[in-house]
Design a protein. Structure first.
Length: 374
């Protein structure tokens, strides 16, 4: 065997060893990447769940979730669009707002209609810098590649998630499995916050008291109350409201509500919450104040309110219209209030606290007019 042949054999063996070594290294790198992606996904999911538990509105939570996606997966642009029953709304995006009209109308683009119908993602890109993506109307250069993901909850389509890049063919080799997991996580978040979204949309302003309705307490109101470890929750009932409606008239009952609420609003600090709970029942949340701190205030408040004179509105109006005729007797009534207080501890079930107070007032003697602690 010549030296040259021996040398070639040694080189072949070295090359084979290097090939095997490179194969092993590449496999380890791939495994490492897979593990790293799984860890990233777990971290993202953990961040998602932490966000859900925060005392924020649904829109704030979705915006934060979008920010997490952008940061953790190094996405250039990420936009979540939801159909709210009447129109498509951009729920979260890091794209300049001047492009939002385009982004919230992607469901009308032919290129994405099949994706929505089949519930499969759609990848679009350009081949040259001079081209633009099919859905881009007035913009050049911002995005050169995009992946469109339709969003479904229990086989019901409710919107889409689109990620974009400024690079041509940016998503050619991306692991779509990871993105599908991210999409599923986004859907899970919407499932979880759907009840919160319903509660937020139910909050209204009461016509007569000009107060927010009880739903407010379970969302934005709770976040204010939970800034403190303990607070005092007060519920009161206008005991003679139904009787006023029945024996005098409903207009006078409505005026009683207005007079009582206006008086309390004038005396109440802005940091405390005051809502119309239901019918003749109202709630005041004294954030960060213990029961002993509100007793004197409520005693004085109750005493002053029960001195208010509420005139028969119908009789007063008739007397104004018929100035030259015999005046109708105007009945005067006074509000009568029954208060009940309890301590609320941060993070506990506020709805159960309110239910307990409501049950007390509903079962109390109809002639009871007092301030009770339970």
């Amino acid at each position: 065997m010549t030296i040259e042949l021996l040398f070639m054999i040694i080189l072949v063996i070295i090359v084979l060893i290097l090939v095997v070594y490179n194969f092993i290294i590449s496999k380890r790198i791939k495994n490492f990447k897979d593990i790293n992606q799984k860890v990233t996904s777990l971290n993202v999911l953990q961040d998602f769940m932490s966000t859900i538990g925060e005392e924020k509105s649904v829109d704030e939570k979705i915006a934060k979730i979008n920010d997490i996606l952008i940061e953790q997966y190094a996405i250039k642009y990420s936009t979540i669009v939801v159909f709210n029953g009447s129109e498509y709304v951009v729920k979260a995006s890091n794209v300049d707002q001047k492009h939002w009209d385009t982004l919230r109308n992607l469901h009308n683009e032919e290129i994405f209609k099949d994706s929505i119908t089949t519930a499969k993602p759609k990848y679009v890109t350009v081949n040259t810098e001079e081209e633009r993506l099919p859905y881009q109307k007035m913009e050049f250069g911002r995005a050169k590649s995009a992946m469109f993901f339709p969003l479904y909850i229990d086989n019901v389509y409710f919107g889409y998630w689109i990620i974009e890049s400024g690079r041509i063919h940016a998503f050619d080799h991306i692991d779509t499995t990871i993105l599908e997991v991210v999409k599923d996580n986004i859907i899970s978040i919407f499932k979880i916050v759907s009840y919160q979204n319903i509660v937020e949309s139910l909050t209204r302003k009461d016509l007569y008291s000009d107060l927010k309705t009880s739903e407010y307490l379970y969302e934005e109101g709770r976040s204010i109350i939970d800034n403190y470890t303990t607070s005092t929750i007060c519920m009161f009932r206008i005991v003679n409201l139904e009787e006023t409606n029945r024996k005098i008239n409903r207009d006078t009952g409505n005026q009683m509500i207005i007079d009582v609420c206006d008086y309390i609003k004038d005396k109440l600090s802005n940091e405390y919450l005051f809502v119309r709970y239901m019918g003749p029942k109202f709630v005041i949340a004294f954030s960060g104040v213990d029961i002993d701190g509100v007793d004197e205030f409520l005693n004085n408040l109750k005493s002053d309110i029960e001195k208010l004179e509420v005139e028969d509105i119908v009789a007063v109006e008739e007397n104004k219209k018929n100035e030259n005729k015999k005046k109708k007797k105007v009945t005067i009534t006074h509000p009568k209030l029954n208060f009940v207080l309890t301590t609320y501890y941060k993070g506990t079930a506020l709805e159960m606290v309110l239910k307990k107070l409501e049950e007390y007032l509903d079962t109390a003697d109809k002639n009871e007019s007092d301030i009770n602690n339970i």
